[in-house]
Design a binder for this molecule. Structure first.
Ligand SMILES: Cc1cc2nc3c(=O)[nH]c(=O)nc-3n(C[C@H](O)[C@H](O)[C@H](O)COP(=O)(O)OP(=O)(O)OC[C@H]3O[C@@H](n4cnc5c(N)ncnc54)[C@H](O)[C@@H]3O)c2cc1C
Length: 410
């Protein structure tokens, strides 16, 4: 027997889940809506976890996506601290870890992912931290008061942002990256080299092209990181930022199709009747990647897919076709990205990296497919339109900082 039933049940109370619930009400949805999530907190912003929350410049209350009364006012039933362990797609029910069965008319799966763990010995020692939730960062901040030597594993956005904050907090920071350059998954070599130089100048010791052999411990707590090149880095604390594992097990077990997340169509529908998936866990076809299937891990993608699913449920559906955009803050550098650089065949440099304000433009068959803008907000705002227009302006004009990008759109 089900304890409850909701016309729309949203699983995951993060960026995507919160936006799906508010978008439903905003577009006039009148049925019952529940937002269920395993974290005990009201929905909050995740990006500051590796930025202003880690540096203690922002308190948790300022991270809340909406004040508590918003959820009451909009008649959105919050079910926090509750985890879904099973989906029964034929009965249209979910089962929670505390044994509750909740029935749904439609289900929106917005469960994100959990940090990938190291496969080596010592990965479970105390003092080894991922950064995905408030609880992760609170645990780390507690230990940080006694930790001077920090090893960051992974040179993606999260590892680099954490390294920047930890340097600002005066910690000794070693950063180990398996690839030959940082940010290799998301940016071209020009951006990688710039950020490597920046981190070195700030005192981060970079170990590129280096694997982790093992983590060593004493009394159950991490004490050092052993590298593939034989080096041994003493460590009071280890931060691991090596990507996420999409949280889709209950959906796949229920029969949904998916490789690397769960597959969705252009309306964010999975292959299970009445079940949508959005955000970090949704493997979708992207018009900005030549129709390839991929997952995109960003606030933009979570929000826009949430709106797509909500509109579909309101009978106003249209296909997901939003321009991907990202940002990352490190030191005094604000990186803003428009588009996906995946599969580019040429890059152009606009502006001067030495002046700490420049843009890398990614072309594919001469068309602008993406821009990485460092401290160049005007290029970012105007460059978005170039990507959306899918046009091929002259290289010379693109590279000339005296020519505003907006003049190239027409
Ligand atoms: C440290 C950090 C920094 C980031 N910085 C940026 C940035 O600068 N810019 C940017 O665009 N993006 C950034 N991101 C990425 C962005 O936060 C994510 O893309 C976004 O949160 C994805 O939204 P989501 O709804 O898919 O997942 P989430 O926001 O992760 O929400 C998923 C929620 O579901 C819960 N959950 C999982 N499984 C279950 C279950 N079985 N039952 C119940 N609840 C469950 C999770 O605990 C979580 O609360 C950052 C992410 C992190 C971790």
């Amino acid at each position: 027997v089900s304890a409850e039933r909701f016309d729309v049940l949203i699983v995951g109370a993060g960026h995507g889940g919160a936006q799906a619930a508010s978008a439903l009400r905003q577009h006039g949805y009148a049925g019952t809506v529940a937002l269920l999530g395993d974290e005990p907190h009201l929905p909050y912003e995740r990006p500051p976890l590796s930025k202003e929350y880690l540096s203690r410049e922002k308190e948790f209350e300022r991270l809340l996506l909406r004040p508590e009364r918003f959820w009451q006012d909009k008649a959105i039933a919050l079910q926090l601290g509750r985890r879904v362990t099973r989906v029964d797609a034929s009965a249209h029910e979910v089962v929670t870890a505390d044994g509750l069965r909740i029935a749904y008319g439609s289900l929106i799966w917005a469960a994100g992912g959990s940090p990938r763990r190291l496969g080596c010995a010592g990965a479970d020692l105390a003092g080894v931290h991922g950064i995905r939730t408030r609880a992760d960062v609170d645990a780390m901040l507690d230990e940080l008061t006694h930790a001077q030597r920090v090893v960051v594993i992974g040179g993606g956005y999260i590892g680099l942002e954490a390294a920047a904050v930890l340097r600002k907090l005066g910690r000794q920071v070693d950063l180990v990256e398996l690839g030959e350059r940082v940010l290799a998954r998301v940016a071209g070599p020009e951006i990688s080299r710039f950020y490597e130089a920046e981190h070195r100048a700030q005192g981060v010791r970079l170990h590129l092209g280096t694997a982790i052999e093992a983590l060593e411990g004493s009394n159950g707590r991490v004490s050092a990181v052993r590298l593939s090149n034989g080096a041994r880095l003493p460590a009071d604390l280890v931060v691991v930022g090596i990507g996420i594992q999409p949280a889709v097990a209950p959906l796949l077990e229920a029969g949904a199709q998916g490789v690397d997340g769960v597959s969705v169509d252009a309306r964010c529908r999975t292959t299970l009747a009445g079940v949508f998936a959005i955000g970090d866990c949704a493997n979708h076809v992207s018009a900005y990647a030549d129709g390839r299937r991929l997952r995109v891990e960003s606030v933009q993608n979570a929000n826009d897919q949430a709106t797509t699913a909500a509109l579909e449920l309101c009978g106003k559906g249209s296909d997901y076709d939003a321009l991907p955009w990202f940002w990352s803050n490190q030191y005094d550098l604000r990186l803003q990205t428009a588009g996906l650089s995946l599969g580019y065949d040429e890059t152009l440099l606009r502006g001067d990296p030495a002046r700490r304000a420049f843009t890398v433009i990614y072309l594919k068959q001469r068309r602008v497919i993406a821009l990485d803008c460092v401290n160049s907000p005007a290029d970012y705002v105007q460059g978005r339109k170039l990507v959306q227009a899918r046009i091929a302006p002259s290289r010379e004009l693109l590279c000339d900082p005296a020519v505003p990008l907006k003049t190239l759109v027409a």
